[in-house]
Design a protein around this ligand. Sequence first.
Ligand SMILES: [Cu+2]
Length: 376
Amino acid sequence: MMSTVVPVLFIQCLLSILLTTTLAAPITITRETFRACRPGSWAGIPSDCCPPKVIDGPIVDFRPKYDASKPLRVRKALQCLSGHELQTYLRKLEKGYVLMRALPDSDPRSFKRQNAIHCAYGTGSFLQDGSTNLTIDVHLNWLFLPWHRMFVYFHERILQKLLGDPEFSLHFWNFDNSVTATPRHGSRGCYKAGHFVPPMYNDPSKATFEANRSFMTFEPNRPWTCRSTSRKEFHFQRPSLRSPTVPSRNKRAGTEKSCTAVGAGTIELVPHNTLHAWIGGWMLQPITAPIDPLFYPFHANMERLWSVWRKLGYGNDDPTDPDWLNATFLFWDENSVMRRVRVRDFLDLNALGYRYEKVNDASWIFFDNSTSPRAP
Ligand SMILES: [Cu+2]
């Protein structure tokens, strides 16, 4: 039975992709998308997370502009913060989440509403323009990386606004780095291992805490090993990161939801999906994942890994397909103004005004010609 069902499903899946891509156009979110929002689902679990059907006020195009006169903000590796810098960061992070959680549900910047928008974009609640059945999903396809960069970016801007600090940066969880290395003399950056839950997200007295996680996340300094340990971990992760497909399946207007995981880029499958599963709790599904504040430093590192992937060679580069570059989403900004955001505007971090602290990526870079991770 299985032997015939699987090929038939595969052929149906392939046919649906071949037939529907002829109608290609970029995915575009408009006022009408919001108006037509409906309850969705994920893996058979129903979701009901539509934003208000009517968008109040104007929709303003978002266009980043590189300002060479301003130093770039730096998103740092959480495991290397110490002393006064750590204390200041903890104070601000805590305050930011207390304020965000205190916003009423009617405020699109509230913690709850930010989860809801991820849910709506991730559970087929939005329909494609002019369609009554083709849905939009920002997972398992080439929209995954840019959409989540946008999501974290606006989350950070909301925190900045609530804190009254436009220079506040949301630091990242360097979960892929399991090696403490000795950097070459003069190297700047963070070279400590970071593959355990950052302690500031595990303190029950803080607004960054979430109890609904797997027991493993609460064991201090327990490493996240991506199913395996030490070197094997790299075997498992590395080919994923350097696969020629960031987004192997093209999600564009006129295409149905990806057939299971074939649409996902490998970075999305591993380490992203595997880490979601390891954290557990709310993180297990897109309906609820950003209820856990750990979601945000986790996904900041995801987009950092996107940049690492680009640097590895092997012809790794972003798509040039206009259906990817011109895909357009709507996000509320820090002033509750609706912004129209294109993928093409979220590829250059310099233009967005931030960069990532240098960390130990040696384990990615030297994978092919080294038997042990080396310091940079
Ligand atoms: Cu997501």
